[in-house]
Write a protein that binds this ligand. Structure first.
Ligand SMILES: [Zn+2]
Length: 266
């Protein structure tokens, strides 16, 4: 079952540079089972020409990603925790959070770039127009879990965190037909309970990041270049096009190629 897209009188919320903004608190479901990850999109030769001419030269071409080498996950009843995937392969991972700003050019950009992308969607940010993300999913982006209402989870009870994490996964499964298996805690803040709850809710791993993006610029936590295995954080913000192109070009400049985060999590 998928909710019908509403007319998007969506107000774009500028989130904080490092994490994302805070929002309010609606209801949730619970439980559920995982389903297979959708395959990446077929090649679309005309995708680049569908972009406005001024954007076309800004979309870099990447080699195909290598055969993935999955990480080892903890066996202690907790989800894995990564800010980069430990690998020497020349790959980086594009992740895009929340979903408040719904840029009409995102789909064409995704199709033109033709790279693996993970979307960590917050229910409150998408529920005014969940249909916006369906074509992005159909283009190969994988939708993963970012809670219902984007609270700071650190220090909160097991029950509170379960409501947010299981509930987010359950609702995304209803909207998009696949229950997420990966998780990003809002703002990256978490504690041991978060990783236990994430595991119990069916999330195999949770993620921080090594680079962020805003206003068309990439900000590095270490050094001046994207390193192999780095997870890059973006948001659905008003300058989505510039942010996305900045991320692509930073990965390209580093001699890396975008890879699928799900392929590195067994
Ligand atoms: Zn967020």
């Amino acid at each position: 079952m998928r909710a019908a897209p509403f007319l998007a009188g969506v107000l774009a919320v500028l989130a904080l540079a490092a994490g994302c903004g805070d929002h309010s608190v609606p209801p949730a479901g619970a439980g559920g089972q995982s389903s297979p990850v959708p395959q990446t999109s077929p090649t679309e030769p005309d995708a680049l020409s569908a972009l406005p001419a001024a954007l076309r030269p800004r979309v870099p071409k990447f080699p195909a990603p290598p055969t993935p080498t999955p990480v080892t996950l903890p066996a202690d009843g907790k989800a894995g925790w990564f800010s980069r995937i430990p690998t020497t392969q020349k790959v980086a991972f594009i992740t895009i959070d929340d979903g408040w700003s719904k840029d009409p050019q995102a789909l064409k950009l995704f199709q033109a770039a033709h790279v693996p992308i993970t979307l960590f969607l917050e229910i409150n940010a998408i529920k005014s127009d969940p249909g916006y993300f369906k074509p992005l999913q159909d283009s190969g982006a994988v939708i993963e879990n970012h809670t219902i209402s984007h609270p700071n989870l650190k220090g909160r009870s097991y029950a509170f965190q379960k409501h947010e994490i299981c509930g987010g996964a359950d609702q995304l499964a209803q909207y998009y037909g696949r229950r997420p298996v990966l998780f990003r805690p809002p703002g990256g803040t978490h504690d041991a309970t978060t990783l236990r709850v994430a595991h119990d809710c069916g999330m195999k791993a949770a993620f921080f990041w090594k680079e962020t993006t805003d206003h068309g610029k990439v900000f590095y936590q270490e050094g001046h270049t994207v390193q192999p295995g780095d997870i890059i954080l973006m948001h659905f913000r008003p300058r989505f096009v510039d942010d996305f192109l900045a991320v692509l070009n930073a990965i390209h400049k580093a001699g890396l190629t975008p890879a699928r985060l799900q392929d590195y999590i067994p």
